[in-house]
Design a protein around this ligand. Structure first.
Ligand code: PLP
Length: 345
């Protein structure tokens, strides 16, 4: 059966142009700084993010870890959202490998952290306390249903961080989705962050890799941290070549994914038993509820798969659907028919 796979945008496959670029990529030893394809991708990424330098890493998780290992020493603290990917889904890597303490601040439904809550979480200088070092933000916010943080919000967090001498790390796994959804240059969203990581292997469809961007000095240190976690990958230009195509060809089309998500959300909101406010859907992620008394999320997803559509149960009575390259407008109509059938039984 050919599935309409809405579990995640990580299921996207490399495009024919990516495979061609990979086959003909010029490569060298990247740990020695000699892979021309990686050097080009890192320079392109830095320019796109408005930063001095970039670093190619294996994954979004590695990008966040390397960034936070670079910002923080043992026992220092990050301030991070209670629904942040860094906090929930990265195997506790910052504490497991970096001895970094994390302080959670409640994520609001729009993906933000309240400025007052951040301020209240900042430690004073006292031997009893860890030292606050970094405020971590996520844009778009995965567990907040692809919510977009605005440039104005980023500016306000920057002003707060500056008052306390803190740094900002942006988990921008889907920051291009945020830029496209908000209709701004991505640099408007990244300029207030000291470091930003973004993924090539989600909506941008490359098979592997993420970039960390920041000042030249920061990236110099981050390169060391990447080595510490075993992330020096030698002739990785073979995979980085697909990342160049991703940046050149796959950013603007994210608007199609957002239109498909809006259409799917509008259709689902009309189906009895589904709890969903379509006006909250800003990018390519939809998180919706199933009413008490309706199917359990795991049963819903199993039955839906029986009709050729895959989604993922998340916590409580929630389910997540993500649109991406390879999911076309007609698939959305087919998915809606399948959901109607599952909910009717
Ligand atoms: C917001 C966010 N950050 C980081 C990551 C981690 O990326 P990776 O799966 O490449 O490690 C993800 C993955 O889904 C994510 O959604």
């Amino acid at each position: 059966m050919q599935f309409i796979d809405l579990r995640s945008d990580t299921v996207t496959l490399p495009t024919p142009a990516m495979r061609e670029a990979m086959a003909s990529s010029e490569v060298g030893d990247d740990v020695l700084g000699e892979d021309p394809t990686i050097n080009r991708l890192e320079a392109m990424a830095a320019a796109r993010m408005g930063k001095e330098a970039g670093l190619y890493v294996a994954s979004g998780t590695m990008g966040n870890l390397v960034s936070l290992l670079t910002h923080c020493g043992r026992g220092e603290e990050i301030i991070v959202g209670s629904k942040a990917h860094v906090f929930l889904f990265e195997a506790g890597s910052v504490s497991a490998l970096g001895s970094i303490h994390s302080r959670q601040v409640a994520n609001q439904a729009d993906g933000t952290l309240k400025l007052d809550d951040i301020e209240a979480a900042i430690r004073s200088d006292n031997d009893h306390f860890p030292r606050s070092r970094v405020i971590c933000l996520e844009n778009t916010h995965n567990r907040c249903g692809g919510a977009c943080l605005t440039a104005d919000y980023m500016r306000q967090v920057r002003a707060l961080a500056d008052r306390y001498g803190l740094r900002i790390h942006l988990d921008g796994a889907r920051v291009f989705n945020a830029a496209v959804a908000l209709g701004v240059d991505v640099r408007a969203l990244t300029r207030h962050a000291d470091s930003v990581s973004f993924c090539l292997s989600k909506g941008l469809s490359a098979p592997v890799g993420s970039l960390v961007c920041g000042s030249a000095e920061f990236i110099h240190e981050a390169r060391r941290a990447r080595k510490v976690v075993g992330g020096g990958m030698r002739q990785a230009g073979v995979i980085a070549a697909a990342g160049i195509v991703a940046l050149e060809e796959m950013v603007d089309r994210l608007a199609d994914d957002h239109a498909n998500a809006r259409r799917l959300a509008a259709g689902m909101a009309d189906i009895p038993g589904i709890v969903l406010d379509p006006s909250r859907v800003q990018s390519n992620i939809i998180i919706f509820g199933l009413e008490e008394g309706a199917l359990a999320p795991s049963t819903f997803c199993e039955r839906l798969a029986g009709h050729g559509v895959k989604m993922s149960p998340v916590e409580g009575r929630q389910v997540r659907a993500v649109t991406h390259h390879g999911v076309e407008a007609e698939h959305i109509e087919q998915a809606l028919t399948a959901i109607q059938r599952v909910m009717a039984h």
